[in-house]
Design a protein around this ligand. Structure first.
Ligand code: FAD
Length: 441
């Protein structure tokens, strides 16, 4: 990063200036933008689709610690206490628990208001059914999936349905895996309305199809003869993209039994729903969103702010220049390109920040793929201070007004610890608050 020639940070966000620029449109970036707008901070956002469209829709807070022991926690807050004691640099250690709770409450309220309600118990994880038929601990459960969790608990008579042509989702496998815990479970494979048995099916297309009532009527007609006394029907997550509550209610009425969803393999509809809903919120608030664009280069301007050159990822051609007083870097890890794994080391390509990582590439991975300790490379990332500012080589904040949030942060293996969404939401909240205190005292 080098000094820029121009500097015009303006008080309002428009296509050329803002108070806060959020880099990344994953869960952390989207949450940061919404938190910032709640605080009246003029924000702009830039990013390309990445992790979120693959996500299951579950919002994990903290489920497993220590990873090597595979200890599953019923109470995520106790798990956070344990993890921040054992790993003092874990991102959760940067926030009081009250702030993490507040971040979740605000986020859940935003989701509810936008028509994508979640269910959660304040002090307990729920055990949710995964695509594989295993149970995993999570905190926030989409309403469309919560009924399955309850039905398992109360042992409702259930029929699992899958479809000819839909890969990676098997009702028979769910039945086999859950049979011991759920004796009344049955399964059936049927044809999806309007398509023959030999056609490949994709969850997003199926979800879009079910937004139409006539397809729901056809689907219900297919399912009804197989009910065999079932009180509830489990299906892959395909209950619409924009009107999930309505699709669910209508399907239940047409079938004559409750319905619930189970996540599919990525790319998955529940992640897409979150993305679409959050982006719609951002656009409805008039926040400039440079969708499907990347920040190609950042320069430092004369009064402590930043100049972001934004453009096409494919051609690397710059189409916009944005001035920002502060930046939240929420670029994710390798999938979104927030970090880049070179032949010898992992780098942060945009600001050139130091990356916490194993000293040698040979130490990135354990020799066994399924090593219960997890791989050291998954703890790699940017180190921050208590104000979410990335540190330079000397351990001091690299830039006064640069903050980081989400999966890009070091000292957490979100996949194994089951804390992906939690880290994204909580650190986005922390970074926005830190910017608000630091840049707008
Ligand atoms: C397959 C899969 C399943 C998951 N399942 C769960 C789950 O069950 N429960 C759970 O809690 N979490 C789950 N997650 C994780 C959850 O989505 C994480 O919280 C998330 O991936 C981390 O979010 P993030 O915003 O930090 O990073 P990402 O989602 O990786 O987003 C980073 C964004 O930054 C953008 N970016 C990077 N560099 C630039 C740049 N220079 N300019 C502009 N944009 C840039 C990327 O394009 C991307 O949009 C899952 C994730 C995946 C991939």
């Amino acid at each position: 990063m080098k000094p820029a020639e121009q500097s015009h940070p303006g008080p309002k966000a428009d296509a050329s200036s803002c108070e806060l620029a959020v880099i990344g449109t994953g869960l952390a970036g989207l949450a940061a933008t919404l938190f910032a707008s709640e605080k009246g901070i003029y924000t702009a956002q830039i990013g390309v689709n990445a992790g979120i469209i693959h996500a299951s829709g579950f919002l994990d807070l903290m489920g497993v610690h220590p990873i090597a022991d595979g200890r599953v926690w019923e109470n995520p807050w106790e798990a956070i206490d344990a993890v921040t004691t054992d790993i003092p640099d874990h991102p959760y250690a940067r926030l009081p628990q009250a702030d993490i709770r507040q971040a979740f409450d605000i986020f859940m309220n935003l989701m509810k208001a936008a028509g994508l309600p979640y269910r959660y118990q304040p002090d307990a994880n729920s055990r949710v059914i995964t695509t594989l038929g295993t149970l995993k601990p999570t905190y926030g459960v989409p309403e469309s999936m919560y009924k399955g969790t309850e039905a398992l608990k109360t042992q409702k008579k259930c029929l699992m349905v899958d479809f000819w042509g839909l890969k990676g989702f098997s009702a028979v496998q769910l039945e086999e895996m859950l049979r011991d815990r759920w004796p009344g479970l049955q399964s059936v494979r049927i044809a999806f309305p309007e398509v023959g048995p030999s056609v490949d099916l994709y969850p997003e297309k199926m979800a879009r199809a079910l937004e139409l009532r006539t397809h729901r009527e056809d689907l219900a007609r297919e399912i009804r003869p197989h009910l065999n006394g079932a009180e509830i029907v489990g299906m892959p997550a395909i209950f619409g993209i924009y009107h999930t509550r309505e699709v669910m209610a209508d399907l239940a009425a047409l079938i004559g039994a409750d319905v619930f969803e189970i996540p599919t393999i990525p790319p998955a509809v529940p992640g897409l729903r979150i993305k679409e809903m959050m982006e719609a919120q951002i656009q409805s608030k008039g926040i400039p969103l440079f969708a499907q664009k990347r920040v190609l280069q950042v320069n430092h301007d004369n009064d402590g702010g930043f100049v972001l050159d934004i453009g096409e990822p494919a051609t690397q051609s710059i189409s916009h220049r944005l001035h920002a007083q502060g930046v939240i870097l929420a670029g994710g890890r390798f999938l979104g390109g927030g970090l880049y794994a070179g032949r010898k080391k992992i780098v942060e390509p945009l600001f050139g920040l130091p990356v916490f990582q194993p000293p040698e590439r040979t130490q990135w991975h354990c020799s066994q793929v399924f090593d219960p300790r997890g791989h050291p490379v998954n703890m790699a990332g940017i180190e921050i201070d208590d104000a979410f500012r990335p540190l330079d080589d000397s351990g001091k904040p690299a830039w006064k007004n640069l903050y980081a949030a989400g999966a890009i942060l070091a000292h957490q293996d979100w996949m194994r610890m089951k804390c992906g969404a939690g880290i994204s939401i909580a650190t986005a909240y922390g970074a926005v608050n830190a910017f608000a205190m630091n840049a707008r005292p």
